[in-house]
Design a protein around this ligand. Structure first.
Ligand SMILES: C[S@@+](CC[C@H](N)C(=O)[O-])C[C@H]1O[C@@H](n2cnc3c(N)ncnc32)[C@H](O)[C@@H]1O
Length: 215
């Protein structure tokens, strides 16, 4: 599915988020920069926009992008992401404690077993290392919640079918957002997967949340 949407992935991202995705990734890179890591692993790096924002913001750090879609990795490479690995998030071909920070933007939601993926992330983080998860969430305000679900179910599949000609993929997107834990539930999932000091900051009316945690 990700190989199929790759060609129009960036355009769909920017249009369907009304350009807010630039801000979400920039804010994520700023948070990671405050941790001053020497090496950062960007999981489910896709077309590489967060990896690029990290490369730009933390120029002294080694940023490694990882994804299992060859079409997405080709896009990331073309955009200038320097270090890329083709692999599955569920089984990282990486040594224990090999990264100071791990980021995953709009990727954890797509993995079959979220808790197992978080434990795998924890394994490759150094002691005191940091995690940042950027993903969609559901607004807590009832009116926004209602309108956003309407957007996910009715407008998103239609608009994305026009942009990408891949209606199915974006029906999946809406369903995956509704089924993904957000807010308190996501914080609890991160904490029970072996992390501490879990924080959540939501943006754009609560449709996106950045979670951070420490090993
Ligand atoms: C919605 S895109 C997000 C890409 C990028 N992080 C961003 O912010 O635009 C999700 C990416 O996760 C990748 N992905 C999904 N499941 C994966 C898995 N189990 N292992 C590796 N990559 C995965 C897909 O190939 C796709 O590139």
């Amino acid at each position: 599915m990700f190989d199929r949407v790759a060609r129009r992935y960036d355009l769909a991202n920017h249009l369907l988020s009304f350009g807010r995705d630039f801000f979400w990734r920039r804010r994520s890179a700023e948070i990671v920069a405050e941790w001053n890591p020497a090496c950062v692993l960007d999981l489910a790096t896709g077309s590489g926009d967060l990896a690029l924002a990290l490369q730009h913001k933390i120029s002294h750090a080694q940023i490694v992008g990882l994804d299992f879609s060859s079409a997405m990795l080709a896009l990331a490479r073309g955009k200038g992401v320097r270090h890329l690995i083709a692999a599955d998030v569920a089984q990282l071909p990486l040594a224990e404690q090999s990264f100071d920070a791990v980021t995953v933007a709009f990727g954890l939601r797509n993995v079959h077993d979220w808790a197992a993926a978080l434990r795998e992330i924890r394994r490759v983080l150094t002691s005191g290392g940091h995690l940042l998860v950027l993903d969609f969430s559901l607004p807590s305000k009832p009116i926004l919640h209602f309108l956003y679900r309407l957007y996910l179910r009715r407008i998103l599949p239609l608009a994305s079918a026009i942009i990408t000609r891949e209606k199915e993929a974006y029906q999946y997107l809406g369903a995956s957002i509704e089924n993904f834990p957000s807010g308190r539930a996501m914080c609890d999932l991160i904490a029970t997967s072996g992390f501490q000091n879990v924080t959540a900051e939501s943006f754009t009316g609560g449709i996106v949340t950045i979670y951070t945690a420490e090993v």
